[in-house]
Write a protein that binds this ligand. Structure first.
Ligand SMILES: [Fe+2]
Length: 287
């Protein structure tokens, strides 16, 4: 059943990879609602809600960041900007959709969490004994209505596909919409620039989602397959973690899980979701 959560309905969602969409209609689900989408010969994309086999009127469509986006509501703003997407020398690497039995909000929270690096991404994004998360800043930026975590550092044995030596990486996290999370990291081969990695999440049901990492990299060296493989290995490790978290839905009440200092980005994210009134994918219940 389609959610009644207006905050979730009024957001944009990536639901397909642009290059994968053809004239053959694809059926998928968004926020508990069946939708169908296809590309006309003219190139125009048509997306409709489907109820009891009947198609509704066309939904809004955008093509951005290599994906097809839509909404079931009336967003009060356009899809967020990724400035790096406009830089012509960037490598664009869409990594493919992965389905996960978890709330999409849990997937965002896991992406924000640095404390799991040594234990889940052992010898890639972290390694013992370097388990401490140094202090960083988290904030809800009111002017843009986004969550940011800045001044993040962490010791990583292998920070990118180009690297084999360990180093303290400098990371910035950004949550531009409830079901999208981004990471900016200083690019190892061009230290004055930032690699931008976004994770687009399609909330299918409250406890089921699809997610696609999309990367805009400064890397003239690595073959495409190495970039893809690096990200996919990490992401599949994360899938095991988020699918085994309980509850599968994200609690917004602070007393249900005790935060530590390393969780300050998660605390800001949950507070922001609560302020916005997002219920889909939370333990508050969304229907
Ligand atoms: Fe992870």
């Amino acid at each position: 059943m389609k959610t009644t959560d207006a905050a979730a309905l009024n957001e944009w969602y990536a639901v397909e990879t642009s290059t994968d969409l053809t004239a053959r209609p694809v059926r998928t689900r968004l926020l508990g609602q069946d939708i169908t989408l296809f590309r006309k010969e003219s190139g125009e994309i048509v997306i409709r809600e489907v109820d009891d086999g009947c198609s509704g009127p066309p939904l809004p469509v955008r093509e951005k960041y290599g994906c097809v986006w839509t909404t079931l509501g009336a967003p009060n703003r356009e899809i967020f900007e990724i400035a790096e997407a406009d830089e012509p020398d960037r490598r664009f690497v869409p990594c493919g959709w992965v389905k996960m039995r978890a709330s999409g909000l849990r997937v965002v929270e896991n992406f924000l969490d640095m404390a799991h690096f040594p234990f889940v991404h052992t010898d890639i994004l972290g390694a013992e004994p370097h388990t401490e998360v140094p202090g960083y800043l988290s904030e809800i930026r009111r002017d843009v209505d986004e969550v940011w975590a800045t001044n993040c550092t962490f010791f990583q044995p292998r920070i990118a596909a180009t690297e084999t030596e360990g180093a303290f990486v400098h990371l910035t996290y950004r949550v531009p919409s409830p079901f999208v999370v981004m990471l900016y990291r200083i690019c190892p081969t061009a230290p004055d620039r930032l690699d931008a990695i976004a994770l687009f999440i399609q909330p299918v049901e409250e406890d089921l989602c699809r997610a696609q990492p999309v990367m805009y990299l400064v890397d003239t060296v690595s073959p495409h397959s190495a970039l893809l493989n690096f990200e996919q290995v990490i992401f599949l490790q994360d899938r095991i973690i988020v699918e085994n978290q309980r509850p599968l839905l994200l609690p917004l009440e602070p007393r249900q899980e005790i935060p530590t200092r390393a969780d300050s980005s998660s605390v800001a994210y949950r507070r922001w979701l609560k302020e916005k009134g997002v219920r889909f994918g939370t333990t508050m219940g969304a229907v």
